[in-house]
Design a protein around this ligand. Sequence first.
Ligand SMILES: [Zn+2]
Length: 321
Amino acid sequence: MTPVVLAVDIGATKIAVGLVHADGAIAFQSRERSPVRAAPSLALIERLGRAAEAHARRNGLAIEGTGIACGGPLDLEKGLVLSPPNLPDWDRIPLTEQMETSFGAKAYLQNDAAAGAIATALWDNPDAVRDVTYITVSSGIGCGVITDGFLYTGHTGNGSELGHIPLIYDGRTCNCGLTGCFEAYVSGTSIGKRYTEAKAKGMATPRPYSARNVADAALAGDEEALAFWQSSMGMLARAVRAAADLFDPALLVIGGGVTEADGELFAPAMALVGSSMAASVGQRLTVRKTGFGRNSGVASAAAVAWNEIGSATGVKVRIRE
Ligand SMILES: [Zn+2]
């Protein structure tokens, strides 16, 4: 039997469940649109998990543990999903306990961005550096930080909330209830929302745009969309720079749905990030997109479990008990 872990990635728009080997290779994956509300989401996780379990049985794979990645805030000690702003009606869900009851193996829960940082440190880190920052830009903005091999958690385990650092004084209202947060401007959801508002001016029946629509229009030569996309990437560059200035990583990796935009559109954003760094930080820092591409969610969730069990690379991120 080949050991794998069951990986559960809970996003605001998609839920992905997979089986992942100790070297980060994906053995099996399925993902579906998230029903958003807690009860049907948990039912979907159960169904996708059973499909993964059946695949494991047919292919001689032994599930050694379950890794779960979910947007915060979480109670890591008790394995609870508290009440993430992007998952309305989720409230104190005992997710690790439910997964252990359903699938038997020990379950480990982690904030999705922290999970991304762990996956990067374990499997997307050819120089084996010990200072890694991972920023995920999808429905929200998350940030996971590993400093000298230790995961930065903060006092309550919900530290490094880059998305809710204020970008603009008295700015747009964020899902978290505060105003002016980075997330209210440059998450995938916010890019779509702001473009919809900009285009709707003076229109009786405005059409809604997603971040992907903006990226597609920009690629197709729509100058208004391109200018809007570029200004959004300029704001994202500020968020990335804030993280680099705060945490001084050796490797800063960006993942999430927004980074799946065509390379042609994302490359200028990366250049902008580089040029906006303070020289002292920028010269010693590698900034790039995640090597996991569209698999980053499942790889991140899996890394949470493999980090505890012992991954193939031997790298272990230390996590405060
Ligand atoms: Zn906020």
